[in-house]
Design a protein around this ligand. Structure first.
Ligand code: NGQ
Ligand code: ZN
Length: 449
């Protein structure tokens, strides 16, 4: 054992365990020691998985909040996003992703699923190394120490009607062979903190035959992510061209199971909600981005009643905080239903603990790694809350998670470890300053006319 970390409180699937110790060796937990009073220890929780990220969009957070049209919508936001996407190269992508991943670690995310479609140069031509942009993301993850599930994205068409990619979309595109070569190349680089899965950008961007062919050619068991039903407009287009709603179509035409993560399963009928839950797939909900883009509200209560798996993502990174995602997941439901305390388990109880269990329970299946538990043999990823913070004054163990998620705005994550290595101390990433100054330079260049 190379280290013992004492816990005054240790999070288990059944709630807090008092006075336990965590042994760590080779990046994994050894046997847990229980019942040894360690009043000096911290309050330890598993790291939180972030199931959905487009790293480059961190550089445009706050830059799409001016009206461009009286009917501003997701689709006008997307034009602004495409303009900024066009400016990235591998170096600027690495600089922005490193800043983002350092912020994620400081906030308590220890794994990120990167839904990556900025593959080629902005004129659409592949880089000399066709994986250059993927390598930039891998490098950013390695330098910051975050666990990465890289999801190269298959993006082929500009809409349900199969129209070709627009000029701005050309750098996202692949034919199937080129895409499979990229996936294979990246899979050769997997290590203890890197997994490679696959994403289908959306049903808009991947025709039915290509989806089937990709699924037949891809290795079994890898994580599969897709944007599914974020906007009413795409539900209507799907109905018009495929005679089914997006989730309905996917469930009927693809082998959806626990390997799948459905991102933005926002617009659902009752049958679709129950169907996803039955399939075993994970839903990735991105409350702050979905609010920012005016998407709509996920039917959380019905989905919890159906026993569905779910997690959270910070997506466009207008916020980089599991606290804000989970808090706004609950608040959206309260605003809509005019009731309180919606996300509770069958036995009622703490909203915070119910909210925390969702992303931890789906962590392994959605990320292909990073089990969301502090248990022997599992990857040693954990966060420590600042028990001295005023927000925790007088907290009983059963209050700690509710206080973390619902009391104030001061960051309460003090330390973060990934694969047994400490990457955040006193709330700051170990390389925060150097990463931030490179980020400032990169963004200045990106935004210059
Ligand atoms: C994306 N983002 O790929 O970055 C998308 C917008 C699209 C979100 N859906 C583009 N939040 O869906 O076409
Ligand atoms: Zn997305």
């Amino acid at each position: 054992m190379d280290a013992i970390h004492d816990a005054a409180l240790l999070w288990t699937p059944d709630g807090w365990q008092a006075d336990a110790g965590l042994a760590v060796a080779d990046g994994r937990f050894g046997p847990l020691r229980r019942g040894e009073p360690t009043g000096s220890g911290g309050w330890l929780l598993p790291g939180i998985p972030n199931l959905h990220s487009h790293a480059f969009q961190r550089a445009m957070a706050g830059l799409a909040e001016r009206q461009t049209d009286v009917r501003d919508s997701f689709w006008t936001w997307r034009e602004t996003m495409y303009r900024i996407a066009a400016r990235f190269d591998p170096d600027s992508l690495q600089a922005v992703a490193a800043q983002l991943y350092a912020e994620m670690l400081e906030a308590g995310y220890t794994t990120v699923c990167e839904f990556h479609y900025l593959h080629h140069a902005s004129d659409g031509r592949p880089y000399a190394d066709p994986a250059a942009m993927s390598q930039a993301l891998i490098a950013a993850a390695r330098e910051t120490g975050i666990r990465l599930t890289l999801l190269p994205v298959l993006y082929m068409t500009g809409g349900f009607d199969g129209r070709p990619l627009s000029e701005r979309q050309r750098r996202f595109g692949h034919d199937l062979d080129g895409f499979l070569r990229l996936v294979q190349d990246l899979r050769g680089q997997e290590d203890a903190t890197l997994r490679v899965g696959v994403a289908f950008h959306s049903l808009r961007a991947v025709p039915p035959q290509a989806l089937a062919a990709a699924l037949a050619a891809l290795p079994a068991g890898i994580p599969l992510h897709i944007h599914i039903a974020e906007q009413i407009g795409e539900v209507q287009d799907c109905l018009a061209l495929r005679d089914a709603r997006p989730v309905e179509w996917l469930l009927a035409n693809a082998p959806v199971d626990a390997r799948w993560t459905l991102v933005h399963a926002t617009h659902l009928t009752a049958e679709e909600t129950a169907g996803i839950a039955r399939s075993g797939a994970t839903v990735a909900i991105c409350p702050t981005t979905e609010a920012n883009l005016g998407d709509g509200l996920f039917p959380l209560r019905d989905y919890l009643d159906a026993g569905g798996a779910w997690g959270i993502g910070s997506d466009s990174h207008v916020s980089v905080s599991p606290v804000e995602e989970l808090r706004w997941l609950e608040y959206g439901q309260r605003l809509h239903t005019r009731h309180r305390n919606i996300a509770v388990g069958a036995a009622g109880g703490s909203v915070g603990q119910t909210l925390l269990r969702g992303p931890l329970a789906s962590a392994t299946q959605a990320t292909g790694q990073a089990p969301g538990a502090l248990a022997p043999g599992l990857a040693a990823d954990w966060i420590e809350l600042d028990r001295q913070a005023p927000a925790f004054a007088g907290a009983r163990p059963e209050d700690v998670v509710d206080r973390w998620l619902f009391a104030g705005n001061r960051p309460l994550v003090r330390e973060v470890h990934v694969a047994g290595r400490r990457v955040v101390a006193e709330g700051r990433h170990r390389d925060a300053e150097a990463i931030a100054s490179r980020y400032r330079e990169a963004v200045q260049t990106l935004l210059a006319d």
